[in-house]
Design a protein around this ligand. Structure first.
Ligand code: ZN
Length: 381
């Protein structure tokens, strides 16, 4: 995770508790916040002062005390103040989400583009979308911008990474901290927070142009020592298997990514070149894609059984172009994982991702906020 400088002071260490008190019973006085949180009035005032100054909270009224000095202020969260921006640059689209301090999405925008669009054009789309969202000219409440990008973790922070210039632009434009991470991790983070009950460990696997995975533990993204945790797409699942773009053979990505599945369909004589064509073929029920789905399912199940053994998650979520077309692949994977690992890990649940394609953008912004506990339906209120 890379960080660039910020004009925004670091949040007070007790900020989350104060926001929690404001969220559950607003508007309230500083004294009431102190009572609800157990913090001293001095600490509450120290937390509130910068929040008031930046506009994250506002004075919403006064409480009169006849004969006992001046009225005290009632404070509430300004739910329209933008605290975080998330930008997702992966999977054939640019997606942007603006969140308030409790993680509600205030506005979102997206534009699809060809998967092979050059980086210069993609960054141009980001600038255009930011204009279209008509964000306030000045956003003193903005704590940071999360940028979700594709590709292996080792590539994220290289000086010659194509999004580095965007990082500099965003920092200059917003004067806020900019963090870069793999979009799969951000999507997994949003999915984790959207779980109906706050699961402790979520494993999320996404199959698009590539195959990525991420583990979120106790509302924290698990990055590992070298930032490589969760790189499930390059586990070998076929021996020797087809060549992979990573230089090795038989990786999960060679059987379960969208391009590999389309190529396998064409090798069977099916003229499938796009996700839409693949979805139509699956919907036709002719079963001509079955061998390709079975191979992808076996690869996914093999990798997931290894991952389950190491991570022991409560829940595995699968997202991607192939899972958007119905439950054919999901059901196969579920059956194979249950057969291989079911007896040892009976409690693990395996299902589709819950969030829309905005998950990556939401997850990129959420770490700068204090999200509400999930209702189980959606991460946005
Ligand atoms: Zn590979």
């Amino acid at each position: 995770m890379s960080t660039t400088g910020s004009n925004h002071d670091p949040a007070h260490p007790r900020e989350a508790e104060v926001i929690e008190a404001l969220r559950t019973s607003r508007p309230i006085t500083r004294a009431a916040i102190a009572e609800a949180t157990g913090l001293s009035r001095t600490t509450v005032s120290a937390v509130i002062a910068p929040l008031l100054e930046e506009g994250t909270v506002v004075v919403a009224g006064h409480e009169d005390h006849p004969g006992r000095g001046r009225p005290t202020e009632r404070i509430e969260i300004d739910l329209d103040a933008i605290s975080a921006l998330g930008i997702d640059l992966a999977h054939g689209a640019v997606r942007i989400a603006a969140l308030n301090i409790v993680g509600d999405a205030l506005t979102t925008g997206s534009r699809e583009h060809p998967e092979d669009l050059g980086w210069e054009e993609r960054l141009g789309i980001v600038r255009e979308l930011l204009e279209e969202l008509a964000l306030p000219a000045a956003m003193p409440s903005l704590r940071g911008v999360g940028l979700g990008v594709p590709g292996p973790a080792a590539f994220l922070h290289r000086a010659d990474a194509p999004w580095q210039r965007l990082v500099d632009d965003l920092q200059g434009r917003f004067g806020a901290e900019v963090r870069v991470d793999n979009t799969t991790r951000y999507a997994a983070f949003a999915e984790h927070l959207a779980a109906p009950r706050r699961d402790r460990i979520t494993l999320h696997v996404r199959c698009y142009q590539g195959v990525g995975g991420a583990v979120v533990r106790e509302a924290r993204i698990d990055r590992g020592a070298a930032g490589l945790a969760g790189e499930i797409g390059h586990l070998q699942v076929e021996f020797p298997g087809a060549p992979c773009r990573c230089g090795r053979r038989g990786c999960l990505e060679t059987v379960a990514s969208t391009p590999s599945v389309l190529a396998a369909c064409r090798a069977l004589g099916l003229g499938l070149h796009t996700v839409e064509q693949l979805h139509q073929e699956l919907a036709s029920g002719r079963g001509r894609v079955d061998p390709v789905l079975t191979r992808a399912a076996e690869g996914l199940a093999h990798a997931l059984v290894l991952a389950v053994t190491m991570v022991d998650p409560e829940e595995i979520l699968l997202s991607g172009d192939l899972f958007d077309a119905g439950d054919a692949l999901l059901d196969r994977v579920r059956g194979l994982v249950a057969r291989e690992a079911g007896a040892r890990f009976p409690a693990v649940r395996l299902g589709p991702g819950r969030l829309s394609s905005d998950a990556g953008a939401l997850g990129a912004a959420l770490p700068f906020t204090h999200p509400r506990p999930s209702t189980g339906r959606t991460v946005i209120a």
